[in-house]
Design a protein. Structure first.
Length: 123
């Protein structure tokens, strides 16, 4: 098992193929891999992920845009998540960027929307 860092897109393609081949070869035993096989898969995934993170950097979403996206995905209306803000009018103020999110709102939205709290915090 020789795993090296990825330096270009061709090496990324080769590693992706290697991971796919590994998954195909071990399809029946993925829940019970031998420790050395589990380590190999983890290392390949970490190396590929590190290259993808470096190569394909995406900016963090705006928290308000993220809330609106999650509402759309879950088919929620403002009245459905208003308790996270305290009142419906406060929810509209936040969603219209007239009021900032508070830590309490973020905690409630994290639970209500089932999303990572860090996506709701501005950097």
């Amino acid at each position: 098992m020789e795993i090296r860092t990825i330096k270009n897109d061709e090496e990324m393609r080769i590693m992706s193929e290697r991971i796919n081949a590994f998954l195909t070869a071990h399809a029946d035993e993925l829940d019970n891999l031998k420790p050395e096989d589990a380590e190999e898969l983890e290392l390949m995934s970490l190396v590929l992920g590190a290259y993808e993170d470096k190569r394909f950097h995406f900016p963090e979403p705006d928290p308000i845009d993220f809330i609106k996206f999650m509402m759309e995905q879950k088919r929620l209306k403002v009245k459905d998540i208003a308790p996270c803000f305290g009142t419906a009018s406060r929810a509209y103020e936040v969603l219209n960027r007239k009021r900032n999110l508070t830590l309490a709102m973020i905690k409630k939205l994290h639970v209500a929307l089932g999303c990572p709290a860090d996506a709701l915090i501005e950097a």
